[in-house]
Write a protein that binds this ligand. Structure first.
Ligand code: SME
Length: 139
């Protein structure tokens, strides 16, 4: 049950479910650490295509969440200096790391919204539960 193909399917399903449930989640996707341990690679997503297929640890909100191993909630992306823009429509973002059982970052869940400040503790809690589920099942 734990092979990469199943994980990809699971991630695609998670994207679809989240996309249907929450109208202020406008871009939903996964970035995963690949062969190069300091680079995040774009995985399954729903939303506008992004030019950021690879993101270095430390770069943008995604890269910072990976390098600091912390959830980032950005209420207004236009106020951020270290931010990688995908779409003009995006106003805010939440990024939740996915860990393996040793506590290393293996990837993350990235959500963009067209609203300012839509993400709160509940979103954080919910997405951290999803992240934990992926860890338990696949890492
Ligand atoms: N905004 C992200 C880049 C990924 S796109 O949102 C899909 C960042 O600053 O890291």
């Amino acid at each position: 049950n734990d092979n990469p193909k199943n994980m990809k399917n699971a991630m695609e399903k998670i994207c679809k479910i989240i996309d249907k449930k929450l109208d202020y989640y406008n871009w939903i996707g996964f970035y995963m650490v690949g062969k190069q341990k300091d680079i995040l690679e774009l995985g399954p997503y729903i939303g506008e295509p992004t030019e950021h297929l690879n993101i270095k640890f430390g770069e943008g909100i995604c890269g910072q969440a990976a390098s600091t191993e912390k959830t980032f909630i950005i209420s207004d992306v236009n106020k951020e200096k270290n931010y990688l823009s995908c779409s003009e429509k995006t106003k805010s973002e939440i990024v939740v790391p996915i860990f393996n059982k040793k506590g290393k970052v293996v990837g993350e869940i990235d959500i963009d919204s067209h609203k300012i400040s839509p993400f709160d503790e509940k979103d954080k809690q919910f997405l951290e539960e999803v992240s934990d589920m992926i860890k338990k099942q696949y890492f």
